[in-house]
Design a binder for this molecule. Structure first.
Ligand code: ES4
Ligand code: ZN
Length: 326
């Protein structure tokens, strides 16, 4: 269709992608077999039938289960390289990838195994496809700040490979304020700061991420629309919001895509961008997120191009690289 070709033709950035959330069911089975791990599901079809979520936690339970097949450097490499192969076909030219070290460290997989596999694949993707990248280590907010501090410590031998830190996992009951000290320490190590906020949690968590954690970008941030003063601030400071429409739909953050706030946010002047979060679980990579959102909200060509331009503006590419696309 015309719309699909238009979206395909736009160079895009992926700024909100959990690499563990790009583990497709067939690759999960392949790696499980290789590692002699028994999955709780008989087949790929069986597993995919379980991909029905009423909220964030129901998804996270399955996402952490799936990640248990990842044991060796090769597994993390394959996961990441398969992802890059896929988005190269979608005209994604720059990625900023989250990984969750604690999900793996807690199972006895060393930090070095996780990051070597991911980083080597990102390097290969850059050489083979020209996809530039940044890497963001995300702390799990359902765990303690002390656990996040241990993770920060373990990351330091690899700090030249890590561009920033984030905060993800179960939002309700785990406000940004729980992580003030570890974010401060992370910034002192030269890491850039981002945080999930206002996905399921209230707008107050967006304020906390900005004022207490000092993040430079908000992941999701849907709930800002509840607060005119917050919206004005996001516009004035041009704080990017990395939105994930299909994720929001699958996790019931919105009841239908027609209710998604992205068009209103663009109208207000918010630096909103569209990304895929956990594409293997939510049924779409970048192009599918753009396409379904465009259809539901009747987005214009100008709005679609604006979303992609916003992606470059919101990225951590240097000014010269950004200007080729904005
Ligand atoms: C996540 Cl959709 C979402 N929200 C919060 N944390 C996450 N980790 C992976 N996907
Ligand atoms: Zn996310």
């Amino acid at each position: 269709s015309h719309l699909k070709e238009l979206i395909q033709g736009i160079p895009k950035t992926e700024l909100h992608l959990h690499i563990e959330g790009s583990l497709e069911a067939d690759l999960m089975f392949k790696i499980a077999r290789r590692n002699n791990i028994e999955l709780a599901y008989k087949s790929v079809e069986d597993l995919k039938k379980a991909y029905k979520f009423n909220n964030l936690q129901e998804f996270l339970d399955l996402y952490y289960l799936g990640a248990q097949v990842l044991l060796h450097e090769q597994d993390f490499f394959e996961l990441t390289y398969e992802y890059l192969k896929k988005v190269h076909q979608q005209n994604v030219v720059h990625v900023e990838v989250f990984f969750d070290p604690q999900t793996h460290i807690e199972r006895g997989v060393p930090f070095s195994v996780v990051i070597n596999g991911i980083y080597n694949a990102l390097k290969k993707g850059e050489q083979e496809y020209g996809i530039t990248f940044k890497l963001i280590m995300s702390y799990l907010r359902h765990l303690s700040e002390e656990a996040a501090f241990k993770t920060l410590e373990e990351s330091l031998p690899f700090k030249e490979w890590i561009d920033g830190v984030g905060l993800d996992s179960s939002e309700l009951g785990n406000p940004p304020s729980k992580f003030i000290n570890v974010f401060k320490a992370s910034a002192a190590q030269g890491y850039k700061l981002v945080s999930h906020a206002g996905e399921e949690g209230p707008k107050e968590y967006i304020y906390e991420a900005l004022d207490l954690l000092k993040v430079i970008r908000i992941d999701h941030g849907n709930r800002c629309v509840d607060d005119e003063i917050l919206v004005k601030r996001l516009v004035k400071e041009q704080i990017p919001l990395t939105l994930c429409p299909l994720s929001n739909l699958e996790l019931k953050v919105v009841q239908k895509l027609e209710d998604h706030p992205v068009a209103k946010m663009l109208d207000k002047g918010i630096l909103a961008t569209i990304h895929s979060d956990d594409p293997a679980y939510f049924g779409g990579y970048m192009n599918e997120n753009y396409y379904e959102t465009a259809k539901a909200l009747n987005l214009s060509t100008t709005q679609l191009k604006q979303l992609a331009i916003n992606g470059f503006k919101a990225s951590w590419l240097d000014q010269e690289a950004k200007e080729k696309h904005i």
